[in-house]
Design a protein around this ligand. Sequence first.
Ligand SMILES: Cc1cc2nc3c(=O)[nH]c(=O)nc-3n(C[C@H](O)[C@H](O)[C@H](O)COP(=O)(O)O)c2cc1C
Length: 171
Amino acid sequence: MNVLVTVASRHGATAEIGSAVAEVLRADGHVVDEAAPEDVADLDGYDAVVLGSAVYTAHWMPAARDLAARLAPELRQRHVWVFSSGLATQPAARANSPHELLALMQDVGALGHRAFAGRLLRSELAFAERAIIAGARAKEGDHRDFDAVRAWAAEVAAQLRALTPHAAASA
Ligand SMILES: Cc1cc2nc3c(=O)[nH]c(=O)nc-3n(C[C@H](O)[C@H](O)[C@H](O)COP(=O)(O)O)c2cc1C
């Protein structure tokens, strides 16, 4: 199938998670494009979409929310999975705007969501970001678990295999 992986990322950590997902889907025989959400004008030609975002101050990044809002009707006609990446750990990860995420998932007809641990490198943060982080108990370092990412991507690949290409993509 033709799959678009589109990920909002400020410092690159979440984009690399998206690339790991794309790699697994490609290895499973899918044709996968990667693009930043702001560069996606439409979903012509795609059967499925994986939409991801880093979480900042309990929200998905604007570019990812904007894509979901702009292309909701097109997304609803395709197979869609979403993922988030941040530093809040369970049970706090569930406190990351659950209503916003639930509404977004319903809007785009998402088949599933997964939260992955992210990366915090103080050296690459802007001054304002350091100030925000100073008040939180976020742990510096790369907490990404690429085995967990690849395992989730393999689940998505297996579900895609069981689905037929979407009519909207071949129209
Ligand atoms: C200013 C700031 C605010 C953040 N707020 C949250 C948050 O509310 N919840 C969360 O889980 N992670 C939060 N994080 C952690 C980021 O989501 C994490 O560093 C992520 O991996 C960054 O991804 P990126 O490199 O793709 O931008 C925050 C990080 C910064 C610097």
